[in-house]
Design a protein around this ligand. Structure first.
Ligand code: DC
Length: 220
């Protein structure tokens, strides 16, 4: 079984995908973590993420691997578990910028495809239904209003002790969504056969229940 969940930042894709994975007993793959990890490597190499040529030159020098420790997805950057180092607002922006580079997407393609070939998966990202799993059994495009998404992202960052303001989160989120949805390669758009799920007025459990309905309708 292959389930694709795409959508803009802060829509709750990772919460939903984790819940689906644990309720259906399948593997959860957070593909944004891979782009964030490339972003971290770029930052550590002191490269400007907009400097496409330098980012491309860095790729052969790094290794990005997906692994599972106690059922939790971990990303290894040249053998080092990156943990929460990729979860800062700065890394969100780095990830968004490097993800617009076709060579970066190509670099991460096989890692994503091969895990889906070996397992039943629910993957979340931006191009899962369009590029990574065009053959997915179920495709959900999860979205919510800008205000609802920014509010959720703000609470998430606050809980992690990251200093920011709701206004700054909204501004950065809009900029990142614009990058992600207007880039030339694999823009974050709904696949033609995706089911749109707007959860502006649903809580987490309400979103999970609606998604499970969509899955069972699709799988018959
Ligand atoms: O899902 P996330 O916020 O962790 O993703 C970080 C960035 O990575 C996002 O702004 C765009 C990029 N990304 C992508 O281009 N394609 C994916 N499948 C997942 C993420």
């Amino acid at each position: 079984m292959k389930i694709a969940i795409d959508g803009p930042s802060g829509a709750g894709k990772s919460f939903l995908a984790k819940q689906i994975a644990s309720r259906l007993g399948i593997v959860y793959v957070d593909t944004g973590a891979l782009y964030r990890t490339v972003g971290l490597a770029v930052k550590r190499a002191d490269i400007d993420p907009r400097d496409t040529a330098s980012v491309i030159r860095l790729l052969p020098e790094i290794e990005v691997e997906l692994t599972y420790i106690d059922g939790m997805q971990c990303v290894l950057l040249s053998g080092e578990n990156v943990g929460d180092k990729i979860r800062t607002p700065e890394m969100s922006m780095y990830a968004s910028l490097v993800s617009a580079i076709p060579e970066v997407r190509k670099f991460l393609f096989n890692t994503q495809r091969s895990i889906a070939e070996k397992n039943s998966v629910v993957m979340d990202g931006r191009d899962i239904g369009t590029v990574i799993l065009p053959d997915a059994d179920v495709k959900i495009f999860l979205t919510a209003s800008n205000e609802a998404r920014a509010h959720r992202r703000y609470l998430e960052l606050k809980e992690k002790g990251i200093e920011t303001t709701p206004e700054k989160v909204l501004e950065e989120m809009i900029e990142r969504d614009r990058n992600d949805s207007t880039r030339d390669v694999a823009p974050a758009v709904a696949a033609p056969d995706a089911v749109l799920l707007d959860n502006s007025h649903l809580d987490g459990e309400g979103t999970v229940l609606r998604a499970l309905e969509i899955i069972s309708e699709k799988l018959g």
